[in-house]
Design a protein around this ligand. Sequence first.
Ligand code: FAD
Ligand code: FES
Length: 262
Amino acid sequence: MNQIQEKVQLIRSERLTADIFRLTLASQAIAASAAPGQFVMVRTGTAHDPLLRRPFSIYQTSSDGTFQIVFKVIGRGTTLLAHCREGEELSVLGPLGRGYRLEQKGQNILVGGGMGIAPMLFLAKRLLKKTALQEPPQVLLGARNKEELQPMLVDFQALGVRVLTATDDGSLGHHGLVTDRLRKLHPAPESMVYCCGPKPMMAAVAMICRERSLACQVSVETAMACGMGACLGCTIPLQDGSYGHACSDGPVFDAERILWTL
Ligand SMILES: Cc1cc2nc3c(=O)[nH]c(=O)nc-3n(C[C@H](O)[C@H](O)[C@H](O)COP(=O)(O)OP(=O)(O)OC[C@H]3O[C@@H](n4cnc5c(N)ncnc54)[C@H](O)[C@@H]3O)c2cc1C
Ligand code: FES
């Protein structure tokens, strides 16, 4: 894995909703080497507060040497990031971690929930390229409401993939959970389900896939400190009794390897 640490220029900062932002950052090296499901660690402040970088999935890359992240404002780090100005430089480390394993057999089903939608766009693009002669990926997206879902949804619709949506309040698509949408699909046995979202959602997706003997990969968004396997801050329990590092063994794991504790 080639990790790059560099000062990257913030080319564009877009406020997509009251608390969701999309940043376009310039880095030829990261844009050229990133794979879907990988992430970057971003230093959100210029001084030492907050000290630790924050992890964000790579939303998409471009051949013009830029990449994007999409994030929700949660605490101190993301608040600072939301206030960064275009032209500023940010210290970024990446691309990090193990991304999704792309499958060419069967149907590819992408399930994203909340900000877990972020890694799905890059994945959908790569799958479209890799499986050009096959059925396009089926994308299932869930969020709290239309406001949260719409800004990312339009990027998927622009790709021409089939998208099914669900919102908790029924303001867009199915009124309910994105897993309801997954339950209604009947994919061929050799299909692959790719998932990212809140832990209960991923555990539910993993269970549905296990019941139907479908392969499933999930991206776990455990809080991280170093992002490189050095601090043991991101351990997740595995079925075999051992622990994995979300940052370096993951963030993408085969769902059946994870010990799902809620
Ligand atoms: C691999 C990976 C990829 C990610 N990709 C994205 C992305 O694309 N878009 C996005 O919006 N977010 C993403 N996240 C989550 C994002 O990193 C956190 O929201 C961010 O670090 C919060 O930083 P903060 O300083 O604003 O909040 P903090 O002040 O650090 O935290 C505020 C509160 O949120 C809790 N918290 C922080 N991070 C997490 C977490 N990962 N899981 C559960 N609780 C947490 C803290 O415990 C605290 O209670 C990703 C996380 C990981 C590990
Ligand atoms: S974040 Fe330090 S080991 Fe994973």
